[in-house]
Design a protein around this ligand. Structure first.
Ligand code: ADP
Ligand code: MG
Length: 299
């Protein structure tokens, strides 16, 4: 499970309390914040009193706060992203709260506000920031970006893995390329298009985390983005194979190659070397998988 329960109306969760201190520290927010995002009462207040968050009808009551804490084959990654579930009238809704430095938060809010009109990205609501803390020289002042929760089944890396081990019957890539094209058409290079930034709802693909994005400048950027997306998801497949002691042969190999053969033609992908292809190559341990990924240079 990637989300771990932290706090609710009935108190701090058992799943959080039973974690080792080091893991608890990895999940907890860092820096000086405008509110305590793990506190139910603080969240109730912000959800009901901040115009950008309270606009949609009815009183909101925070039910659960979870931290994003994915375990990838025994390794934990650190994120400061929280999923808040609240009650409103007779239904439950979810919202994401992402802790960010001032400039990053403002940038992501601005980009998502523009993109959400035309593209599959989360809808941003508000960047909550306390300028007073900054003026009073508090240490490491951060804000909280609130955005819509994309109810997803899995990320792209997981999609590729499931395809390769024959857990998926068919490979539906057109949908993914459409979501990526939407971003580029809006003049934006994502610039960190890893597997975990492409979320599948079961119907559509959403793109998230625009902190590193830059203006889109054409063919070289297409190559960068695809090298990162395929490279990062291939490293994930490589770790999966190592963790489960599976070699790159038979079905996995056939299916991985089918994926490359079908995915790249959807884009105007230019062959030749690329700094990201080389960077990911060095992280892939299985030599056969590495050489399959390296065909990106000659395709
Ligand atoms: N709007 C969202 N809807 C659903 N899940 C999200 C959303 N934003 C972030 N997440 C989850 O949190 C993870 C980390 O979020 P991300 O924006 O990439 O932050 P970070 O800067 O920590 O990488 C994502 O991979 C995704 O699983
Ligand atoms: Mg990210």
């Amino acid at each position: 499970m990637s989300w771990i329960a932290l706090n609710s109306r009935s108190g701090v969760s058992e799943s959080f309390v039973s974690l080792k201190t080091i893991d608890q520290k990895r999940i907890l927010p860092k820096g000086s914040l405008p509110i305590n995002v793990l506190d139910v009462k603080d969240l109730d207040r912000v959800l009901n009193e901040t115009p950008e968050l309270s606009s949609r009808g009815g009183k909101k009551e925070t039910l659960l706060i979870e931290g994003y804490y994915p375990n990838k084959f025994g390794l934990w990654a650190t994120h400061k992203v929280y999923r808040i579930t609240y009650q409103i009238s007779d239904r439950k809704e979810r919202i994401i709260a992402k802790i960010m430095a001032k400039e990053c938060g403002k940038k992501e809010l601005r980009l998502l506000s523009d993109l959400c009109k035309t593209s599959n990205v989360p809808k941003p609501f508000h960047f909550l920031y306390d300028g007073q803390l900054e003026e009073e020289n508090f240490f490491d002042v951060k804000g909280i970006l609130f955005m819509s929760y994309v109810d997803n089944r899995f990320h792209f890396e997981e999609y590729l893995r499931r395809w390769c081990v024959a857990e998926l019957k068919s490979l539906e890539l057109k949908n993914i390329s459409e979501s990526i094209f939407e971003i580029w058409s809006a003049g934006i290079k994502h610039n960190d298009l890893k597997g975990e930034h492409l979320l599948f709802t079961g119907k559509e693909w959403f793109i998230i985390d625009f902190e590193k994005s830059e203006p889109f400048a054409g063919k070289e950027d297409v190559k960068d983005e695809l090298a990162v997306l395929i490279g990062d998801s291939t490293v994930y497949l490589d770790r999966f194979m190592a963790y489960n002691k599976i070699d790159f042969e038979g079905t996995i190999k056939e299916r991985y190659e089918t994926f490359l053969d079908n995915f790249l033609p959807l884009f105007d992908f230019d062959s030749g070397d690329n700094r990201y292809i080389s960077a990911f190559e060095t992280s892939i341990q299985n030599e056969k998988l590495k050489s399959a990924y390296s065909t990106l240079k000659v395709m």
